[in-house]
Design a protein around this ligand. Structure first.
Ligand code: PEP
Ligand code: MN
Length: 251
């Protein structure tokens, strides 16, 4: 099946050239996002990621800056001329998020949130649909249909690991999801090895394996000082790590 490419700002996903998306798990403040954006633009990253609304396991963990996080993303994308992607968890968050970001992410925990998917299907914004960590490939493709049914076919799938018995990684990267998502859905498929592995030391081979399997791009988490990150520090690259990875992947 022909892959339906998706344009995000001026960046084409699924057009044959793999894209690199990078940024912090959560937007923590404006200074850090600018620092990451500068490094990202410098080494050829084409889309900046950052969470404003964070789906945390514990309600007592940092929940993201919310609307202030969106404002920061909007200001940084203008300053650096780079498109941005950020997650929404509820229908009410869609309106303000549309004002500030180029692509909307549906996270693994909300892949089954059908009203949210239908509401995003009534927008014309590209959607990065992450695979639920307990979702089959068929369920993931059906979640994409909820967007398409309402009229939005600007769908990019993202494999981010599924839950298995393995404990040395946070999840298990399912490489089969890459060719199957592309063949059966016709959507571009990205891989997020950061959430799949939960550790930064094996990101590079996972990225290379993903691209070898035909992935249309990679999304990784990056933090200027991962040990101080408010979320997902253990799986985040520092800025030098991002430079080395970009060099390896983009040449
Ligand atoms: C994220 O991308 O920050 C995130 C929360 O990912 P996932 O939904 O895949 O866990
Ligand atoms: Mn994260």
């Amino acid at each position: 099946m022909e892959i339906r490419s998706v344009a995000v700002g001026g960046v084409v996903i699924g057009g044959g050239t793999p894209v690199l998306i990078a940024g912090p798990c959560a937007v923590e403040d404006e200074r850090m996002l600018r620092e990451v954006a500068r490094a990202a633009v410098d080494c050829g990253v084409s889309i900046l990621r950052g969470g404003a609304f964070k789906p945390r396991t514990s309600p007592y963990s940092f929940q993201g800056l919310g609307l202030e996080g969106l404002r920061i993303m909007d200001s940084v994308r203008r300053e650096y001329g780079i498109p941005v992607v950020s997650e929404v968890m509820s229908i009410e968050q869609i309106g303000p998020t549309l004002e500030c970001v180029d692509m909307i992410q549906v996270g693994a925990r909300n892949m089954h949130n059908f009203p949210l998917l239908s509401a995003l299907g009534r927008t014309d914004r590209p959607v990065l649909l992450k695979r639920g960590f307990m979702a089959t490939i068929e369920e993931w493709l059906m979640a994409a249909e909820y967007l398409v049914k309402e009229g939005n076919d600007r769908v990019v799938l993202c494999e981010r690991g599924i839950r298995t018995f393995e404990t040395w990684t946070r999840n298990t990267l399912d490489i089969s999801a890459v060719p199957l998502g592309r063949m059966l859905g016709g959507y571009p498929v990205l891989v997020d090895p950061s959430h799949a592995a939960g550790r930064r030391d094996i990101l590079e081979p996972l990225c290379l394996a993903s691209l070898a399997a035909g992935a249309d791009g990679i999304m990784v988490e990056v933090h200027p000082d991962p040990d101080k990150a408010l979320s997902d520090g253990g799986q985040s690259l520092d800025l030098d790590g991002l430079r080395r990875l970009a060099e390896k992947l983009l040449g």
